[in-house]
Design a protein around this ligand. Structure first.
Ligand code: AMP
Ligand code: MG
Length: 490
């Protein structure tokens, strides 16, 4: 039932990874399987065999043709360089060619210890596995580049965290698992050959339009392309109120996909200072710091490429610096376009950014829910429909002043009200995976073996632009439901 594997990463020089057999799971049970994604990856739907999938995706009997390995990588964690991190609990099975001919990697996360495990147990608790499943699939449905979730299998064993929890394995699908940290691992060892192999693989897999280039220009173009894609990614996160929470360089994917759903969370009421992660004491990775963090990570990426950019070190530094300094421009262009779209605007006008900022300021002053404010704009195109929007604000002065300004701006769009309403509904989701709902779903599964809430929530968050019949999926948390801290859950 599995498509055939190619082993591109496995065929790189041996020092770039460690072959590793998954640790068998005592009593594996398939608790989630993404049939739509499997189909996309070239699995034969008719040949789906739950028993085979369970054995394969628990790591007990890796699929035929796969060659499990742990990738080597380093990383800056909260600004501190760790020269050897690597896959401590994840194993790359290999790549499959999807129905569109794109290579996609399959990785088992939580499949046991590897040579990179250090003190860790190589395992993953069920809660974080289901969180990654839910949130990554929601992100995909929101149109945001991300790794995907193919399956979750419980192991039948407990893992020790603060309390014992059921163990699980997530099958993650990524365009690739190349990270800034992968480059850093080899650059730190002055292994220019490996860095070049990684750069060439990144170009081939993620930026094939650069393949004809050669010399230093080829790698400068790669750097610029990765910068543009990361800028776009962070802008998209911010368009839906997403906070990654742990933007370390080892969690920064060269493909431009969102990678690693640890202590991530979505904002409810808008506040640009929002931080959720329990390990982010200084707010390094808070909502509005994300562009800055991405730029910082990209500067670390640029450093790894210096020797490929130019033989002359000073010239290489100058080229890399120029590229990195262009990040804010890329980000502002992407975020500006997203904000305009969220306001229903297609035309570009000078004052649009200020108009968007004024709405954000009004939300902050009125403690209004970020997702619902944008979603309610569709009704508020006409003053008769603005009540639901106004209700979101506990201080209405600023929003009442803003609405006429926005409506006046809409008159200069070459579209009638119905077309603008349709645009707004297609751009601003009704549903995000709200933290309190995610927590409830995870708790029911982990504590009561009840997957009902997980399945129901997954069904709703993977159709985010439809208004669900049950308003519990759209409303913000009540005071007693509010999630103020998220944990890495490793
Ligand atoms: P993360 O916080 O998931 O980005 O992981 C950071 C580093 O810690 C990576 O090298 C992981 O492979 C490693 N790691 C996280 N959890 C575990 C675990 N349970 N066992 C072994 N290594 C782990
Ligand atoms: Mg990670």
């Amino acid at each position: 039932m599995f498509p055939s594997f190619t082993l591109r990463y496995a065929h790189l020089p041996a020092r770039m990874s460690a072959e590793c057999t998954p640790t068998p799971a005592a009593a594996p049970r398939l608790v989630a399987f993404n049939h739509a994604l499997a189909e996309e990856l070239g699995f034969e739907a008719a040949a789906f065999d739950a028993a085979e999938a369970t054995e394969a995706l628990s790591g007990n009997a890796p699929p035929e043709g796969s060659a499990p390995l742990a990738m080597a990588y380093a990383g800056h964690q909260f600004g501190n360089f760790v020269p050897r991190l690597g896959d401590g609990r994840a194993l790359l099975l290999g790549e499959v060619s999807d129905r569109e001919g794109r290579l996609r990697e399959l990785q088992l996360k939580g499949a046991g210890r590897t040579p990179f495990s250090r003190g860790g147990d190589g395992r993953a608790p069920l809660g974080p596995v289901l969180r990654e499943y839910l949130v990554s699939e929601a992100m995909h449905a929101l149109g945001i580049p991300t790794t995907r979730a193919l399956a979750a299998v419980t192991t039948g064993e407990r893992v020790m965290r603060r309390l014992p929890e059921p163990g699980a394995v997530l099958t993650r699908v990524a365009a690739s698992h190349l990270r800034v940290g992968t480059f850093q691992y080899f650059a730190a060892r002055q292994d220019v050959e490996a860095v070049q192999l990684l750069a060439d693989m990144a170009i081939e897999r993620h930026y094939p339009h650069l393949a004809p280039l050669s010399g230093g220009g080829r790698y400068l173009a790669l750097l610029e392309a990765v910068i543009a894609r990361q800028a776009e990614l962070v802008a998209r996160w911010m368009g839906v109120g997403f906070i990654h929470g742990v933007m370390n360089t080892d969690n920064s994917a060269i493909s431009g996909e969102t990678l690693d759903y640890g202590p991530c969370a979505f904002m409810d009421a808008f506040d640009p200072r929002t931080v959720f992660s329990s390990i982010d004491e200084r707010g390094r990775y808070g909502f509005s710091n994300q562009p800055h963090s991405a730029q910082w990570n990209l500067a670390r990426f640029a450093e790894t490429l210096l020797s490929l950019l130019d033989e002359d070190h000073d010239r290489a530094v100058a080229l890399a610096t120029d590229a990195i300094e262009a990040f804010p421009e890329h980000f502002e262009a992407s975020f500006g376009a997203i904000k305009r779209a969220k306001l229903g605007l297609h035309r570009v006008e000078e004052g649009d950014d200020a108009l968007a900022q004024a709405l954000l300021d009004a939300m902050q002053a009125g403690h209004a829910d970020y997702t619902l404010t944008f979603r309610c704009l569709a009704e508020a195109v006409e003053p008769a429909g603005e009540a639901a929007l106004l209700e979101l604000f506990d201080d209405r002065e600023a929003i009442e002043a803003w609405l006429p300004r926005w409506r006046e701006r809409l008159t200069r769009e070459a579209a009638d009200a119905a077309a603008i309403v349709a645009r707004l509904r297609a751009t601003n989701p009704a549903v995000i995976p709200r933290n309190h709902l995610v927590e409830q779903a995870l708790t029911a599964a982990a504590e009561d073996d009840d997957y009902g809430p997980f399945e129901a929530l997954l069904a709703v968050v993977t159709r985010p632009f439809a208004t669900p019949t049950d308003a519990d999926y759209t409303r913000p948390p009540r005071a007693n439901e509010r999630v103020l801290r998220t944990f890495c859950g490793t």
